[in-house]
Structures are given as C-alpha cells and as structure tokens.
Design a protein around this ligand. Structure first.
Ligand code: 4AD
Ligand code: MG
Length: 461
C-alpha cells in the first residue's frame, strides 16, 4: 500500500490510477446507496476521503463500521476540484483489518487536553496530538541535522551516574538494595558500598560533565537524550523526565555559545515550518493565533542580549505588580522572564552574567568575582528554554568553588583532571527539548508535548 503523504505530495503521479492505502477511520457517513469515509494512515496530517457505493460486496458491513476501525482500501484516485480536499479514492474494494469497539473515546466532538492526558495511548490518533508528535519527530531530526552539518560529534552520555552535575540535589536514586531493610553503616546511614555499583548512583540530571570530556577530545559535541529531575514538577513547564540537547564547544566563550544557540533555534524553527506546513497551519488556527507570525519574526530577527544586572534594573523600573520581588541576587522567576521577552523586547532574550550564588559550580567566574559567565535564553510564552555558560577552566578557581559549595572534591576527580591535560576555554548549553516543542507548536502544557509524560504523581502507561 501507499502512504497518504505520498499521495498528497506527488498527486500528479497517482491521479486516475489505482492505489491502495491502509489506515484508521476518522469519520464515516453512509446512506443506503453510498458512503464517505475519511481515513488517516498516520503518515500525514490530513485525511483522505474514500467514497464507496452499493456495488461493494461488503457494503452493509462497511457502512456500519465504528470510528477507529482499521481498513485497507483499493480504488481509483480521482481529482475533486469542487471539494475541500484535492482528491478522493473511489473504492473498488474495502478490507476490514480490525473492527473497533463502538466506544472509542475520540469521537468527533472536541475533547479537552486534560481529558486526553488520561488516554496517552490513544491521543496520538487525535488531530492535535498527531500534529504535536510529528513536529516533535521532525524537530529532533533538525537538531541532529544542524549539528551534524557543522561537524559536531553526537555523544551518548550515561543515564545512570555517580555525580550530580547541577549540584541541586534533585536526583532520582537508582538502587538494588532492599529498601525495606537496607544495610547500614556504623553511624546508621544506608550503606551504599553494598549497592550494585558500590556507591550511591542516580539518574542523570544533565550529561554536561561527560560532554565536556568529549568536547576536549572532539572539539564540538552534542548530546541529545533523556534527563531526570525529582523537582516539584507541578507546573506547566517541568517534567520529571525530559529530553535535553547539550552541545559543548571547545575553544569557545560565552558569546560563541550564544551564537550557536541562536543559529540552532532559528534553524530548527525554519526546518519545522518548511517540513510541516499543514501541522503549523493547524497550530496557528486552533492553538495559538499569531504563532506563525511570531516564529517568522524570530527566524528573521536578532535575539536581544542583556546582562542580569541590566535586566534587574529594567524590571525594577516597570510598574508591573510582580508576585515575586525583583532584587539583585535573587533568581528571575518565570513571571519576570516572560515580562522581559513578551513586554519589553518582544523576542527571544539572552540574559547573561548571573550572580554566582544562584548558578552551578562549573560556571566561569567573571572579573568582578560576583557574577559568572552564564547565559539563559528566554522566549515569549515560556521563559527559560536554554541554560548554559562558559565553563571554569582554571583548576584553582574550580577547586575553590567546589569547596565553597561544600561539594566533595573526590566526586569530581575526573572532571578536575580535564583541567590538567590540555585545558582550553570552552562553553556549552542545555536546550530543554519539550520547551522548544511548546514554543514551536504554541502548546501551553509540557504534558502535551511528550508522548507519555512523567510529572509529580503521574507515571502511568
Ligand atoms: O538550566 P539547566 O538546569 O541547565 C543544565 O542542566 C546545564 N547542565 C545545561 C548545560 O549547560 N549543558 O537545564 C537546561 C534546560 C532548561 O533551560 C530548560 O529548558 C530545561 O533544560 N529543563 C527542563 N525541562 C523540562 N522539565 C524540567 N524539569 C526541566 N529542567 C530544566
Ligand atoms: Mg536553568
């Protein structure tokens, strides 16, 4: 059988010829003499209309098929210039592959996203989610394409790890110990030396530290894989399991990272708009009016770059009653991030040079000894989409920060060793892949851009 996408994209090759397609029934209406079925085979956002008549030997059976039954159709593809759709199939034969029960939950009426979340196994068959998850796939491909075209090496960093990259203590423990009766050390703590790896281990929050080791061998690398955070994910932008893209560039500083990230975002957005025009049109009409105009503006404009100190001053000057007070030294809250990009600059913004105390240990200390060479990329509608920095390559400074933050030097022995053997300035960042998909599609909840979401209290399927 042929894909519906192929018919739409190469219509002229197939018109007035016999074609065979297989798919699921989206709608069906039939009279005593003839009927119409809209079939979707998953390869394309749009359905294809199938017309069938009484001369089918199983006409009666087909007329009564419930929505979501799977069928194979053989028939002639004919142009329909007067109709909404460009062509239809006049069925010669319709084979029932799998009859659906009549209580298929996605009947024609519109469902709320909340409801659809409770049926993650079926929602990919709805219009909205077929669009979201195809865009997700195409965007993932565009990420690889962007970096591969620029000679970045793709590195698979471990998911189980012995170190806490962000030092924020938000990790999921991995253990094979019997936690109902775990072995204890003399001072009463759980004795992880008896655990599978002979030490505590966790799911990774970021592949960055391992990525740095590879950047110092391959120059430019990227990771793209799942990461895990046991933080309160009861927001529309946090998941406990999410995908991150983490490029790391050797012989590069903070502004090289920002150039790379800006190019990457524009490239991926443009690629998705080119490859998925039907899906993007759908989002623009039904999810977020003005989406396409905004994204077109993003690919054609320069991102704003301002320092954290300047951002704080701007926010303090505006008369918006924020829930959280803006004070130098405190982290920007989502409401502040959104105000900067939505109200003040109306485009993506890099905020740079944050106070050291609100950022991770590995970020490079600035001359002022108060701020670090960090940059977050904020976008309208979401807030932070990328976090990154230039890395502290000076061994003494790095050791001092590790000590200052009360981290254990032994845990980072190999990371520190990278500073001994041919260190160079280097920089990198982490893009939250789900946040990028939210940005591109206009979807407003992270649970609706990841196929089977894991958030606080939610781990079904
Ligand atoms: O800012 P973060 O914590 O940075 C890092 O992990 C660095 N090690 C990255 C690097 O420099 N290589 O996370 C990076 C991005 C955030 O900007 C956000 O988009 C996303 O990851 N992110 C989350 N996305 C969904 N759910 C969560 N719980 C997220 N936490 C972070
Ligand atoms: Mg961050």
């Amino acid at each position: 059988s042929i894909f519906i996408k192929t018919l739409y994209r190469n219509e002229q090759d197939y018109l007035n010829k016999e074609v065979q397609i297989s798919g699921w029934i989206r709608t069906l209406r039939a009279s005593n003499a003839f009927g119409f079925i809209e079939v979707n085979d998953g390869t394309f956002f749009k359905n294809i209309q199938v017309v069938f008549e009484q001369n089918l030997e199983n006409f009666k059976e087909i007329s009564k098929l419930p929505i979501s039954s799977s069928i194979t159709v053989v028939g002639k593809l004919v142009a329909t210039p007067e109709a909404k759709q460009p062509f239809e199939i006049q069925a010669k034969q319709i084979i029932l592959e799998g009859m659906s029960d009549s209580d298929f939950p996605l009947q024609k009426k519109r469902h709320t996203f909340e409801y659809l979340r409770t049926i993650s196994h079926l929602r990919p068959r709805s219009n909205a989610f077929s669009a979201v998850f195809r865009v997700r796939s195409v965007a993932a491909y565009a990420i690889h394409k962007f970096f591969q075209e620029r000679n970045f090496v793709y590195v698979n960093t471990p998911l189980i790890t012995g170190s806490d990259t962000e030092g924020a203590g938000e990790m999921f423990r991995v253990t094979t110990l019997d936690m109902t009766n775990p072995p204890k050390t003399e001072n009463g703590n759980i004795d992880y030396s008896q655990d599978f790896f002979g030490k505590e281990s966790n799911l990774t929050v970021s592949g960055q530290l391992n990525g740095e080791a590879f950047a110092l061998a391959f120059r430019n690398i990227y990771t793209f894989g799942p990461t895990f955070r046991a933080e309160n994910s009861n927001t529309t932008r946090h998941a406990a399991e999410f995908w991150m893209v983490e490029p790391e560039l050797a012989f590069a500083d903070l502004s090289d990272y920002m150039d790379c990230a800006e190019d990457m975002l524009k490239y991926v957005i443009q690629y998705v708009m080119d490859e998925c025009p039907e899906e993007m049109e759908f989002f623009n009409s039904f999810i977020d009016k003005g989406l396409l105009e905004r994204l077109n503006h993003v690919v054609n404009s320069e991102f704003k770059r301002i320092s954290y100190t300047e951002a704080v001053e701007l926010l303090q000057k505006c008369d918006k009653p924020f829930e959280y007070k803006v004070e130098w030294g405190a982290d920007l809250q989502t409401e502040h991030e959104r105000y900067l990009t939505e109200e003040i600059f109306k485009k993506p913004v890099f905020v740079t040079d944050y106070p050291k105390d609100i950022k991770a240990f590995y970020m490079r200390m600035n001359e002022d000894n108060k701020t670090v060479a960090a940059a977050d990329c904020l976008v309208p509608g979401i807030g932070e989409i990328i976090g990154g920095s230039q890395r502290e390559e000076r061994l003494a400074n790095l050791e001092a920060r590790i000590a200052e933050l009360g981290l254990k030097k032994e845990d980072y022995w190999w990371y520190l060793e990278l500073r001994k053997y041919g260190e160079t300035k280097h920089a990198g960042y982490g893009l939250g892949f789900e946040r990028l998909i939210m940005y591109i599609t206009g979807m407003s909840n992270i649970r609706d851009v990841i196929p089977f979401p894991r958030t606080t209290g939610l781990c079904d399927f």
